[in-house]
Design a protein around this ligand. Sequence first.
Ligand SMILES: [Zn+2]
Ligand SMILES: [Zn+2]
Length: 310
Amino acid sequence: MGSVVISLDAELGWGFHDLADPPTERVEAGRRGWSVMLELFEEFDIPATWAVVGHLMLDDCDGVHADHPAPNGWFDRERTDWADRDDLRYAPDLVTDLRQSDADHEFASHSFSHALFGRPETDREFAVAELERSREIAADWNESIDSFVYPRNDIGHREVLAEQGVSAYRGRSPTRDGVRGIFDSTIRDRSMLVEPAVDEYGLVNVPASMFLFGFEGPARTVAESIWTDPMVELARSGIDEAARTDGLFHMWLHPNNLTHERDDRRMRAILSHLERRRTATDLTVETMGDVARRVSGSSPVTEQATASWK
Ligand SMILES: [Zn+2]
Ligand SMILES: [Zn+2]
């Protein structure tokens, strides 16, 4: 029985706050894309894993976060360019929409402030604080954090995730993003299925198969004028491959990738195909948490914790 996972990096401004020149279109698209994705998932009754930046769940903050052991200047944008942009820094409204959705979404974490875990400046103390703060805020919302998506897929401090009770994370895709990935998958006929596995920390790595917006700009416009959207073609073939086999196909995106209506159309085409294949075959749709439970049988973190008490 094959399955499909969709994960989203839900971040609004936080996905870009450390960049010298944030891409305006993406920054401004986050709220709309979030709502569009929630509507599409409800329409097709498809659950997804939503990795939410913890700061978005606050109602306000001092813009300083003196207790948070972040690198110098990490929260500067909250006090400068985005001092009057609450809509980029907080989103309890959108998180409420997510939690109230009829689709059975998984609430997951994308860290507290979009820390880049693989960077040398992210020391253990900062990594621990990012997880602890996210867990505290989640608990305030009656949520817990089973799955984690690393900001910019920058993997690091996995032992911290394990210590903090996380079960699963999204690993890197074996397929290259963008045009090269399309080439590998279509021309070289490489499989887009991935193999989830328990790593040396007892975490379940649920690798990505495919980033749904890795093929943008003028090349996309040209391709779409000749063929159908190549990303839709690729996603459909990944879904079909999972339906034919017992493998896992894992797509991901940011809500802020939906900058234009053609992006909404891409997601609608992919989700409607997924819904049709799920109806016609044994294919299931899982969350990262579902995969982690299936792969580990029981919680590997619990086992580890139990072992350490003996
Ligand atoms: Zn803040
Ligand atoms: Zn992100």
